[in-house]
Ligand binder design. Structure first.
Ligand code: ZN
Ligand code: ZN
Length: 598
């Protein structure tokens, strides 16, 4: 036993060190920024602060491999929502979206404003941006990716709905090279409809991914058709976010998107691939949404993940480990006015009051239904044709008609058409949305189940290439739905995903052991994905990013009307040797670092 002095000593806790090795009772000593000792039994030493770990688990801080916290980290540097759930490091810049590089600050300000971020950008290069964040200070560590949309947007501005020219691609390459040489861990991309990356030629992406790969970086794609699978009958419209998907057909858009990502990585020289928020590659319309999800998840692993790994590709993926996804309380009416959708002019031209008034007219309802079923329309994240059971995924949270509040759209619709499931799900559900808006134009709902992941999550989490992520922004402790980027994302997920992941998959479903679950949230992202050799494990000499929690008491908040409720059972969170969360409160300090790839 050593008798050295520690700044912090956690005694008599169950040590789960992040490697996957068996837990044991022991002590962890922290000195300065680092872990100074990890030992079985009770370490007898003096410490400025001693934490009695009896009955508690101590493990490395959670590493969130897919986050958008970088977008709001200057606004909310304490990132209280991440810290309260034990996240000590986040990988930002995902889905093709990063806040640098910037070429034209005025143009970029317009984008920032449209996203609803309260930011005044005064940086241009990726290095400028990272220095800005470093100077401002922040609580969690930030691992930066550079986004393809950002690189493409910097070069092409608003004129991005086309292939880039040779000169433009060369300019993108030089911006990306600067970002990689200044510390980015790789290139992220977003190929879904309406984003700049969506319009890129595969050749452009391959050239860029090669630059990231040559500098030891990864490729992190949000794959094509992940979210936006529009129905289309005209074959000339296939691709570009449109997918042939009439009612009843197996929908394979996501499968093609995944294959494309593997192909890009392969063509760029087998660049390590980290697939964003994996969902089953196939959607099969089914009246009980979770019947086939496990089978679809297994098929996805076999057809895409394992075959690429067998071929020798370094492929990992993350999953939003909460079937509620990132849904938050939103006005129902927003679906008809979202700036993210391609809606016909006659609908765009209406005021909200006019719209709800006209819904009383049957002819008008039919016209709107044509848009809903045949157009580039979505209820939030779900298209009513390519996600045919969307109505069971949306629950009405508030409505002046008390018959509706607390029920899913599908539950309300089925009550009205008890003898025909087909009529209920396809037609009556949309009629129900109209009726809700007539009763209360201010009614709100939330996406309560992202059923694409519901039954698939255990299968995806068990696979060695899979790890949990949040896909959320940095938020303050008391958040209202208005504080999310683009007005959404303030969901219980944003405040308690990691406690949920451990409680549900370790304690309740017993899908993973505690050691496996912690490993997938710590050393797997640190070592396998990021190549960090000094984080993600409780080991002498490693940075002291630590979480202390009670497995018995661990419980996430789950109320969409009170989304920012802190999870129970998280006793203490330490970042770089400093206590940042204790007694259910953030301590207000900002010891986080920008981790630059060296
Ligand atoms: Zn994404
Ligand atoms: Zn994302």
């Amino acid at each position: 036993m050593s008798f050295s002095n520690f700044d912090i000593l956690i005694k008599g806790a169950e040590i789960v060190d992040g490697t996957g090795g068996p837990a044991y009772t022991g002590s962890v000593g922290v000195k300065g920024e680092k872990i100074a000792a990890v030992a079985a039994g009770n370490l007898e030493a003096k410490a400025d602060k001693t934490i009695n770990g009896s009955g508690l688990v101590v493990c490395p801080g959670f590493i969130d491999p897919h986050s958008h916290a970088d977008l709001s980290i200057l606004q909310y540097p304490l990132a209280e929502n991440l810290i309260m759930q034990g996240i000590t490091t986040f990988v930002g810049g995902n889905c093709g979206i990063s806040l640098a590089p910037v070429k034209d600050i005025q143009y970029f300000q317009g984008i920032i404003d449209a996203w609803g971020l309260a930011l005044k950008p005064d940086w241009k290069s990726f290095n400028d941006w990272l220095e800005k964040v470093e100077t401002a200070g922040h609580t969690p560590n930030y691992v930066p990716l550079v986004g393809h949309n950002a690189v493409r947007g910097a070069v092409m501005g608003d004129d991005f709905k086309r292939k880039a020219t040779r000169e433009e691609i060369n300019e993108m390459k030089s911006l990306l090279t600067e970002a990689m040489e200044t510390g980015a861990f790789g290139l992220s991309a977003g190929f879904d409809a309406a984003s700049a990356g969506h319009f890129a030629d595969v050749g452009e992406v391959v050239e860029l991914v090669r630059i990231a790969g040559d500098r030891g970086g990864m490729f992190a794609p949000h794959t094509r058709h992940h979210q936006s699978q529009w129905p289309a009958d005209n074959p000339s419209e296939f691709g570009y976010g449109l997918f042939h998907a009439p009612k009843g057909e197996i929908i394979t858009g996501r499968y093609h998107g995944l294959l494309e990502a593997v192909e890009i990585s392969r063509k760029a020289g087998s660049v390590p691939l980290n697939i964003a928020h994996l969902t089953p590659a196939y959607s099969v319309p089914q009246p009980h949404p979770d019947f086939l999800d496990e089978a679809l998840a297994k098929a996805t692993l076999m057809d895409v993940v394992d075959s690429a790994i067998d071929e020798g590709l370094d492929l990992n993926y993350n999953v939003i480990a909460w079937s509620r996804s990132i849904g938050s309380q939103l006005p129902v009416i927003e679906s008809f006015f979202s700036p993210l959708l391609v809606l016909p002019e006659w609908l765009r031209a209406l005021e909200k009051e006019e719209f709800t008034e006209k819904l009383r007219d049957r002819g008008f309802r039919s016209r709107v239904k044509e848009v809903i079923y045949g157009g580039k329309f979505k209820f939030g994240m779900l298209h009513p044709v390519t996600d045919p059971y969307w109505m069971d995924c949306y629950r009405i949270l508030t409505c002046k008609n008390s018959d509706y509040a607390g029920k899913t759209v599908g539950q309300i619709a089925r009550k009205l058409k008890p003898h025909s499931i087909i009529e209920a799900v396809y037609d009556e559900s949309v009629e129900t949305v109209f009726n809700i808006l007539i009763d209360d134009p201010g009614a709100t709902w939330a996406l309560i189940i992202d059923k694409r992941e519901y039954g698939a999550l255990p299968t995806f989490l068990k696979h060695p290439a899979g790890m949990p992520c949040t896909d959320v922004h940095a938020l303050p402790a008391m958040s209202s739905s208005g504080q999310g980027v683009y007005g959404y994302g303030v969901s219980p997920t944003a405040f308690g995903l990691f406690p949920h992941y451990i409680r549900l998959y370790v304690k309740e479903k017993k899908v993973l052991t505690l050691e496996e679950a912690v490993m997938k949230a710590t050393s797997v992202p640190a070592r396998k994905v990021l190549g960090l050799s000094d984080r993600g494990v409780l080991k002498e000499g490693y940075f002291a990013d630590v979480v202390v929690f009670s497995l018995d008491r661990l419980k996430e908040g789950e109320d969409f009307l009170e989304p920012s409720k802190p999870p129970e059972g998280v006793s203490c969170v330490i970042v770089n040797g400093k206590v940042v969360y204790e007694d259910m409160k953030h301590t207000g300090i900002t010891p986080g670092k920008v981790l630059r790839k060296t």
